[in-house]
Write a protein that binds this ligand. Structure first.
Ligand SMILES: [Ca+2]
Ligand SMILES: [Ca+2]
Length: 253
């Protein structure tokens, strides 16, 4: 290196070397090379004529890595979504069985769409159906509670409470709870007697504290146009998009 030549080295480790030299050469040429460390930079400052990765090659590698990472993220996201759908289907299936047991226990019917049928005044007209379902399955009146889900699967999206323990539920307070699906949204429930003309309160749902209220319209068969699950009940998960009436909804079969 002469007095007229400056030489800067960085990344002296095993991977890359970054060299700028001849900054003050008579020809005023600046050379910028990114080299792999297996090609050591000669003291003379001259290239070996056997270049490592060029900037374009590096960019191509970065783009390919970016594409591969994107594909991996898409795959993981799809797997998680599928797992939540399966979890929701299993939950709804369990609730369907619990509703059948509820009826067989001597209640003579499935849980109603509203706890107003138990002659109480409701604090609001939101999530009536799922609150009634939760309260009925948590009842201890005719045996052990049929609600066998974990505490963290219970919500109270509209933060409401009854004036008393309506069904002799096992909860230690009067909160009107909802059951959460695999996506963290409150499920919706409707007794078949309300399919035809559900009241505003019995169709109004709020699945998440931050979501706007929506309307649960009982589902009909696209073929026969008849209500699904006639003479029984419908349980609906709004699915990943958090909205009822869309293709990703998960329902009791
Ligand atoms: Ca409510
Ligand atoms: Ca509630």
């Amino acid at each position: 290196m002469t007095g007229m030549t400056a030489r800067i080295r960085g990344f002296e480790g095993d991977d890359l070397r970054f060299a700028i030299w001849d900054l003050r050469s008579p020809n005023a040429r600046t050379r910028f090379q990114v080299r792999h460390s297996i090609f050591p930079i000669p003291d003379s400052g001259k290239s070996l004529g056997k270049p490592g990765f060029t900037l374009i090659e590096m960019l191509v590698v970065i783009v390919i890595l970016g594409i591969l990472m994107s594909l991996a993220i898409v795959g993981v996201t799809a797997a998680l979504k599928s797992a939540k759908v399966s979890k929701t289907e299993a939950l709804i299936e369990g609730l369907v069985i619990a509703c059948e047991q509820y009826k067989q226990r001597g209640w003579a019917d499935y849980p109603p769409t509203s706890l107003a049928e138990f002659k109480i005044a409701l604090p609001n007209e939101t999530n009536n159906g799922i609150e009634a379902l939760t309260s009925c399955l948590a009842s201890r009146t005719k045996g052990d509670p049929l609600l066998t889900i974990r505490d963290d699967q219970l919500l109270n999206v509209d933060n409401d409470s009854a004036s008393k323990n309506v069904t002799n539920w096992y909860f230690g307070d009067y909160q009107l709870r909802e059951i959460s699906d695999g996506f963290g949204y409150a499920l919706a429930y409707m007794h078949w007697k309300d399919y035809e003309k559900p009241s505003a309160g019995n169709r109004r749902i709020k699945v998440d504290p931050t979501s706007p209220e929506a309307s649960f319209e009982p589902t009909r068969s696209p073929v026969t146009k008849a209500f699904l699950r006639p003479n029984r009940f419908q349980i609906l998960s709004v699915g990943p998009d958090g909205k009822p009436g869309t293709a990703d909804d998960v329902q009791a079969r």
